[in-house]
Design a protein around this ligand. Sequence first.
Ligand code: NAD
Ligand code: UGA
Length: 459
Amino acid sequence: MKFAKNILCIGAGYVGGPTMAVIAAKCPGCKVTVVDVNEERIRRWNSDDLPIFEPGLLDVVRSARGRNLFFSNDVVAGIKAADIIFVSVNTPTKTFGHGAGMASDLQYWEKTAHEIVAHADRSKIIVEKSTLPVRTAEAMECILQENKKGIHFEVISNPEFLSEGSAVMNLLEPDRVLIGSRQTESGRKAAQEIAAIFAHWVAADKIITSNLWSAELSKLVANAFLAQRISSINAVSALCEKTDADVAEISFAVGSDTRIGPRFLNASVGFGGSCFKKDILNLVYICRSYDLNEVADYWQAVIKINEYQQERFVRKIIKEMFNTIVGKKIVLLGFAFKANTGDTRESPGIFVAGKLLEERAQLVISDPQALENARKDLAGLDGSVEYEPDPYRAAVDAQAIAVITEWDIYRKLDFAKIFASMRKPAFLFDGRNILDHQKLFKIGFNVFPLGKPSLTHFK
Ligand code: NAD
Ligand code: UGA
């Protein structure tokens, strides 16, 4: 079959896979190929055991795979055939050298730029899908212009705003699609070509165009604003615990102001995920590199509060359990960084588990999707860790339960049954405020919510 456009995506991860699956499903006239150096990932994308868990994704993949959606390890062939190349490789925080712990590690991204130059034999549009430091497109252009083949590459920034766990819905009904380009004739033309892809299913007023640097920076700023709201409410949760105010009531009262809005105001054990911390660190690093130290300090505080919140949660567990948890069985309910994903990158569960093990607790980790990743995350740590998907079995003989992930199934558990199987006194630390605390208290638990008065049976 002859396709109107050949679209390639380099990087078949949490962003590349779902994004391209939706584009393929919505644009049957385009051939969409997703390539990756990771053979196992591609093998799984070509099976029904997808490499990532994302509600609704398998149906979308199945609707297009083999028709106009293809997954392959052949990066070179993909580059040669493509009219448009999305680059969706990982851009983690640098762990070495200058900028370690702050700057983005751009090695994977730069490698793709060199691969494109080496193998492309006609002009193409290159789309930055990965989250990148502002002005990265300039570096991309420099590398691409080095080609001696007389071909032109137009670089576009099209940052991705999907959230894990709701990726398919976010892609099908995005709040906006942002397309940044050079403000030149060829830049605008390329932006229109990318906009035309999304116009197959996204309303025109939701497709925003801007200059390249605004698009790159908007992505970092959006994540920083979202994370800032969580750190703000988490900071308030600490004050609530000292004053008997209730953080959920405050979230509701404050979020009812239409200027503020209700979302992203749930106090938690801390935000996780592969991007919030990484992108804020990157923003901080960029600000410092421009000598904007006050601005850098401002954003850095968002991360500081997040670390404080995780530490506070652990300290509370230890303190309330009579300042020793040596040999005590503690169940972590959930390990994913949020519900509806198996992803554990930067999950607060990793920090909490590590600290509880240092205190020599016996841990049982329970999660419906994330145990495979949890095993890898905790592999190097000393101490006793069991992995048990069934929360009821996990709780037998436990002294405490700590809710780490807001999985819906935990709201519906039979806590009377769980309580009956636990050692007494039984403790429950709700790091997500998702449970009915009064009911738990009545069952017999000593309950420690976040940012709310604790409910204990001790005199
Ligand atoms: P990921 O690690 O899941 O996937 C990246 C993939 O790129 C990996 O499979 C890796 O093997 C592949 N890769 C790296 N170098 C390659 C190369 N030279 N050739 C071919 N393949 C290569 O990462 P992700 O979570 O999909 O994130 C990708 C980017 O999107 C990051 O910049 C991230 O900040 C951004 N982002 C992520 C999310 C999210 O929810 N995860 C949301 C929005 C934006
Ligand atoms: C986030 C952004 O929401 C996406 O727009 C962005 O594309 C993505 O980062 C990215 O760049 O990777 P994601 O990390 O998948 O998406 O998930 P979120 O729903 O934002 O949750 C992040 C963390 O904040 C989770 O640990 C979550 O539990 C926590 N959170 C969220 C809270 O603690 N409280 C809240 O009120 C909301």
